[in-house]
Design a binder for this molecule. Structure first.
Ligand SMILES: Cc1cc2nc3c(=O)[nH]c(=O)nc-3n(C[C@H](O)[C@H](O)[C@H](O)COP(=O)(O)O)c2cc1C
Length: 312
């Protein structure tokens, strides 16, 4: 998720679940091929399994970027066909590509020919003017014929004019039934459900129909949800990390980041949700998002925040 799932966020989330597949923010082919490549690909092997999400629509460029992703160590490369922002539409990136299934198929084919890691697609169930089930099947049919085996379906349409990206995550109704029909009609494909999922109980329910679930906003705002994923969804046995354990496990990473000249806020901004639901939650957020800018001793402040989680 843009501006959210940067490498610090992913490092933190990985401490909470060993198995959940994590995704980068979307990186455009232009940024990767002509921008600060090292910055866009940078990650820690501790974040694995990790997918790089690409935005683009030129097959050769996407193929070159997929190769970079594979060389950099990513386990999967994902093509974004779901982002509704105007900025990306002008460059033929994101959800507008749902109107061009042939082009998406060419992109996927070029990427697959270039790498041996899986090439996957994240998309909507339609866009305005192209929101029939037949058109969705045409899209998935053409893209799967090009070799894509895994589709992550954000189960609402995107409205490409008049709604902000935020509204496009809230206003068009969720249609899990449409995504379920897709799984029924394409049983050999991996269909992963996304959109509005908030609890592991819901995940378990959806996993009876779908091959996987993807959580966006809830995982970010309530990251401790991830602490139970390995036991509840992946069938692992063992102790669940406490919130305090998670804080303490982040400390060496934070120390290294500070020693490198980084600021504590770069990391803790992704951890504010860790205290969600507790009496000390406001104080926790205050320490890590406001007081943090006024202190000379960020680690001391971090430890104070950690103390608020004692016993939870
Ligand atoms: C701040 C923010 C940034 C996002 N950036 C991306 C992105 O880069 N790529 C993408 O495929 N989806 C992106 N999304 C959409 C989410 O991946 C997800 O599809 C959407 O929020 C619905 O799932 P949820 O209800 O679990 O959040 C973003 C969402 C948010 C809130």
């Amino acid at each position: 998720m843009m501006d959210w799932t940067d490498r610090h966020c992913r490092y933190f989330m990985r401490l909470l679940s060993r198995n959940a597949l994590l995704y980068t923010e979307m990186v455009t082919t232009g940024a990767l091929l002509h921008g600060d490549r090292e910055r866009f690909l940078r990650h820690d092997v501790a974040e694995y399994p990790l997918a790089l999400q690409l935005g683009g629509s030129v097959p050769d460029e996407l193929a070159a970027c997929a190769r970079l992703a594979e060389e950099a160590g990513y386990q999967e490369v994902n093509l974004n066909v779901g982002c509704p922002s105007d900025r990306v539409q002008n460059n033929m990136i994101g959800a507008c590509l749902m109107a061009h299934p042939g082009r998406v198929a060419e992109c996927v084919k070029a990427m697959q020919d270039a790498v041996s890691i899986p090439v996957t697609v994240k998309h909507r169930i339609g866009i305005n003017g192209r929101d029939s089930y037949a058109e969705l099947c045409d899209f998935v049919g053409q893209v799967s014929a090009a070799g894509c085996r895994s589709f992550t379906v954000h189960a609402r349409i995107a409205i490409l004019e008049g709604l902000s990206p935020k509204e496009n995550r809230e206003v068009p109704p969720l249609r899990y039934d449409v995504a379920a029909q897709l799984k029924q009609d394409f049983p050999a494909l991996e269909i992963i459900l996304n959109g509005g999922i908030k609890t592991l109980e819901e995940c378990q329910r959806h996993l009876q129909t779908f091959d996987g679930v993807m959580l966006g906003r809830e995982a970010y705002h309530n990251p401790y949800l991830l602490a139970q994923v390995d036991t509840q969804l992946f069938g692992e046995h063992g102790a669940v990390l406490s919130r305090l354990d998670a804080m303490q496990a982040m400390r060496p990473y934070i120390e290294a980041h500070l020693a490198d000249g980084g600021s504590l806020h770069h990391i803790t901004r992704h951890m504010l949700g860790l205290a969600q639901g507790f009496k000390g939650a406001r104080r926790f957020r205050q320490l890590l998002s406001v007081d943090i800018h006024k202190t000379d001793n960020p680690l001391d402040l971090f430890d104070q925040a950690a103390q608020l989680l004692q016993g939870h």
